[in-house]
Write a new protein. Structure first.
Length: 117
């Protein structure tokens, strides 16, 4: 079984960011559909996507929902990007293993291939 950690870092400001987000979500869905073990982390500016993707009117809402139960966000970045309310309302998990951030080292140590978008 493949183990993939998909880390989305793309913010919400540019169309290229949207492309990176969608590619990350599509990759997560592909690994999931294949029965692989995945970790899906929104880090940095990507924490801003949670509130936007929760909207049923967002063009990628359904894609987001298809992997939402796998999503966790960086605890530190949720605060830094002022996304506490949106993340809490969405019920998305948070990670804070290394100074408030997800531990990429732990993912590597656990055998995950880390892929960033």
């Amino acid at each position: 079984m493949t183990k993939a950690a998909i880390v989305i870092l793309a913010g919400t400001e540019h169309m290229s960011d949207t492309g990176r987000l969608v590619n990350g979500l599509e990759a997560a869905r592909e690994f999931r559909e294949a029965g692989d073990e995945i970790e899906l982390i929104f880090d940095g500016a990507a924490t801003q996507w949670v509130g936007e993707l929760e909207s049923e009117d967002h063009p990628y809402h359904d894609l987001y929902l298809s992997v939402k139960d796998e999503i966790e966000v960086c605890e530190y970045c949720v605060g830094a990007f002022e996304q506490e309310a949106a993340v809490s309302e969405a019920g998305v998990g948070r990670r804070d293993e290394h100074d408030g951030h997800p531990s990429i080292r732990s993912l590597v140590e656990d055998g995950y291939e880390v892929i960033t978008f």
